[in-house]
Design a protein around this ligand. Structure first.
Ligand SMILES: [Zn+2]
Length: 259
């Protein structure tokens, strides 16, 4: 690794050591490094796939069984996806007691799989781990529905009201979830270090979060391949992959703590 990058990592290590409440914000750059199925729009599993999860009216449709099986296979792939080095490194901040929360644009649930507790993950674009009834909003674990489809059930419908089930993700054109957005803003305003990882922040309200943090006096660390809109504001800006850089930062923090 270049000397310049090593110095930047050392600076980031110091910021992490000095921080008490770190907000980690993750975009597709974090999930592209894990074993997720690829989408047409990006190399990571993004909300672009949501439309593929809208369950059309199944009943009376001759292709119903085939479609169910395709869906089931997609669910299996999501279930089998494993966290990357980046996810595990972020989870270590939690073990150290420094992680306030993870705000993520990803819908794959891999932060939780890597060990970040459920109550510390704010999913701005929803989650593929859950299905939601389009009629009564009741939620179902995706894997349960996947298993019932795998056992040959034709339909994925709500057992309460018979409504269709759809993945609990935010589709294109849908407004961002108010609860999650509000929580994300609150945590961003109350952190002392905001780490923007693998996101170029093209969409609002996500793009506001680091601005709230900076306004409230937090330091900003950016790790991203390519540029992000807030590069000028960053205390430390590292042009690299999160999976390569983040474990080095954690390693550096640990060795300084051990001294
Ligand atoms: Zn229902």
């Amino acid at each position: 690794m270049e000397k310049e990058v090593e110095e930047l990592i050392e600076k980031a290590v110091t910021l992490v050591l000095d921080a008490q409440k770190i907000v980690v914000f993750t975009g597709t750059g974090v999930s592209t490094e894990s074993s997720m199925p690829r989408t047409k729009r990006s190399s990571g599993l993004s909300t672009a796939t949501s439309n593929e999860f809208v369950f059309p009216t199944f009943v009376g449709n001759p292709t119903v069984r085939r479609r169910s099986w395709q869906t089931w296979n997609m669910f299996r792939m999501i279930e089998m996806a494993q966290p990357s080095q980046a996810h595990y490194a972020i989870a270590e901040l939690g073990t150290m007691g420094k992680l306030d929360c993870v705000i993520t644009q990803n819908v794959d649930g891999l932060h939780q799989k890597a060990g970040v507790s459920e109550d510390k993950v704010i999913e701005l674009h929803g989650s593929l781990r859950w299905l939601k009834c389009v009629n009564c909003n009741r939620r179902y674990p995706m894997i349960e529905v996947a298993n019932s489809l795998g056992e040959g059930e034709d339909e994925s419908i709500c057992s309460e009201c018979g409504g269709l089930l759809k993945s609990a993700t935010v589709s294109f054109g849908e407004p961002p979830p108010a609860k999650e957005t509000g929580e994300a803003e609150q945590h961003s305003r109350n952190c002392d270090l905001f780490m923007l990882l693998g996101s170029s922040l093209m969409v609002y309200p996500a793009a506001n979060m680091p601005i709230y943090a900076i306004e409230s006096g937090a330091k900003l660390v950016i790790i991203n391949l390519g540029t992000a809109s807030l590069d000028q504001e960053a205390s430390v800006l590292i042009n690299g992959t999160v999976g390569e850089v983040m474990p080095k930062i954690i390693e550096g923090v640990k060795s300084r703590l051990a001294q």
